[in-house]
Design a protein around this ligand. Structure first.
Ligand SMILES: [Cu+2]
Length: 271
């Protein structure tokens, strides 16, 4: 956390590093084309930050994100915890992000309501994303790994807002704008997220992470299902939630898949 906490104290970020092929796991394409070569920054979370212009001709490895008709109505909410994962900014971010679907329609509605963001001029703007794994019980935001990216778009070029289907599906800030104020409220439709657990764009068993501008993870929370219905109406005593929509029930199995690296990260967090 030294880099994260030092940022606000005037310590500069790490120097740019040339991308090595051993790091290509976060990049679908080795960046040699315009505007390369890569001159981004490797952060402590291992995410690549590239501050250059968007590339209008860039396409994810698996093609653009697609939309699909929702099989059910469902609402998920991620409530931020009462304490930050990283307190380097001295300001506790609170609030929630709610995502809901309507049966028979595609895409979701996203409602963001965050308060207590740190100073914009010091730490902002604040990106936020849906990350690949849920937050484990110890609250370690780093264990959520990278962004939900079923199209294998990678981290190189910034999201092109004019072509959101080519952005990472989980890159909410890229597609819909960063958080730029202390109390942030936003509502928008996202056509690419899915409430269908069989979809690679399913977010319901994943997490949201809020970052400072240097990608340090301030806080994070898991999505949990609030309600679900297979026919698009409210559930009642005679209607059980659709079995195709499952709430997040734990992260142990997924975390164990990380093997020694994940266990070391968890151990380090506990220590
Ligand atoms: Cu993120």
């Amino acid at each position: 956390m030294t880099f994260a906490q030092g940022e606000g104290a005037g310590i500069p970020p790490p120097p740019p590093q040339t991308l090595a092929t051993t790091m290509s796991g976060v990049l679908p394409v080795i960046p040699t084309a315009t505007p390369g070569p890569f001159a981004g920054v490797e952060t402590e979370e291992g995410a690549i930050v590239y501050d250059g212009p968007a590339n209008p001709s860039f396409m994810p490895v698996n093609g653009p994100a697609t939309t699909a008709i929702n099989p059910a109505a469902a609402t998920y909410i991620a409530m931020l915890p009462s304490t930050n994962f990283d307190n380097g900014t001295g300001s506790t971010v609170q609030g929630s992000i709610m995502i809901s679907s309507t049966a028979g329609e595609s895409g979701v509605m996203v409602s963001v309501n965050f308060t207590g963001l740190p100073s914009e001029s010091e730490y902002g703007p604040f990106p936020y994303h849906i990350h690949t794994l849920p937050v484990p019980a110890d609250g370690n935001c780093s264990a959520t790994l990278g962004h939900l990216d079923p199209t294998d778009r990678g981290e190189y070029y910034p999201c092109n807002v004019a072509a959101p289907a080519t952005c990472q599906v989980g890159d909410l800030a890229g597609k819909h704008g960063n958080i730029t104020m202390t109390n942030f409220v936003a509502q928008y439709a996202d056509p690419f997220l899915s409430i269908d657990p069989s979809s690679p764009a399913f977010f319901g068993d994943k997490s949201v992470v809020v970052h400072t501008s240097n990608t340090t993870r301030i806080t994070c929370a898991n999505f949990q299902m609030m309600s679900a219905s297979s026919n698009g109406t409210s559930t009642n005593g005679s209607t059980s939630p659709s079995p195709s929509v499952v709430p997040y029930t734990g992260s142990a199995a997924k975390i164990s898949a990380l093997g020694a690296v994940g266990l070391l990260a968890i151990a380090a967090a506990i220590l």
